[in-house]
Write a protein that binds this ligand. Structure first.
Ligand SMILES: Cc1cc2nc3c(=O)[nH]c(=O)nc-3n(C[C@H](O)[C@H](O)[C@H](O)COP(=O)(O)OP(=O)(O)OC[C@H]3O[C@@H](n4cnc5c(N)ncnc54)[C@H](O)[C@@H]3O)c2cc1C
Length: 229
């Protein structure tokens, strides 16, 4: 399931905008709550406004084919989706983007990335849906590393095997919630893990963060559904 372009600065899709009436009503509510005569509105950032620093290192040729330094990719992998992240993005503060974003499609490509990063002291950060609210997908600051690569797992989106008898499945880590449920449905199965970020988060991200499916009852934590990694 290919996704439409995501917003590089906030939650949701790039072409989704709020109806004008929501914005005016929200402004009215803030005015009333704080006794203000008017409220200034900051328009969302546009890609053309950003000038990201140049990558601090170059890539060997075997990594170039699946890594990019495009502004959209680097900006959209700079932050997660917490309130603090939104504020920094709305303020056009993209001062610490990853040097590159990698989109590997094979385990060999991930291994090649790991070898390069270990050798050159570069931080390699797995990126699932980027819905982290605790800085988990952010690049490290300081001089401990020579730079960073955000490793987007989006191409690892397959359900490899389903065993209907034992009701287990082998699934790649980068699959998004809706795609996984759609793939299991024909077998009459569900993971039954529904975090509020379901639409834009991945199996690998859920497991790495030990997510809780707050839209379901009883067994809701991802730990309860994982047989092995
Ligand atoms: C609107 C909203 C609602 C939310 N609702 C919930 C909720 O109901 N329950 C809940 O628990 N959380 C919730 N969260 C937090 C977040 O969605 C979860 O932490 C989710 O599990 C992150 O998944 P992700 O794929 O987006 O991972 P990312 O944000 O991309 O990554 C999170 C961490 O996991 C690591 N990681 C990602 N993929 C891999 C991988 N394949 N291998 C190794 N490490 C990896 C990253 O490096 C990072 O450290 C919510 C967040 C938002 C913005």
């Amino acid at each position: 399931m290919k996704q439409r372009l995501r917003s590089f600065w906030g939650w949701g899709l790039a072409d989704e905008t709020l109806p004008e009436v929501y914005i005016s009503e929200f402004k009215r509510m803030v005015q009333l709550a704080f006794g203000l005569n008017s409220v200034d509105e900051t328009p969302p950032p546009r890609l053309e406004e950003l000038s990201l620093r140049t990558p601090g290192f170059s890539l060997p040729s075997d990594l170039k084919s699946f890594c990019t330094q495009e502004t959209y990719d680097r900006a959209s992998h700079t932050y997660g989706k917490s309130f603090r992240d939104m504020i920094r993005a709305i303020n056009r503060k993209f001062d610490n983007p990853p040097d590159y974003v990698a989109y590997p499609s094979t385990e060999e490509e991930i291994a090649a990335l790991m070898r390069f990063c270990a050798e050159k002291r570069i931080a390699l950060i797995p990126y699932g849906g980027g819905s982290s609210v605790v800085g988990g997908v952010e690049q490290p600051r300081g001089n401990h590393y020579e730079g960073s690569i955000s490793c987007d797992m989006v191409n690892f989106d397959k359900i490899i095997r389903v065993n209907e008898k034992s009701r287990t499945a082998r699934i790649q880590a980068g699959i998004y919630g809706p795609a996984m449920e759609a793939g299991l449905k024909p077998f009459g199965l569900t993971i039954r893990h529904f975090p509020q970020s379901f639409e834009f988060s991945t199996l690998g991200g859920w497991i790495a963060t030990r997510a809780g499916g707050h839209f379901a009852t009883l067994y809701t934590h991802i730990d309860e559904f994982v047989q092995s990694l």
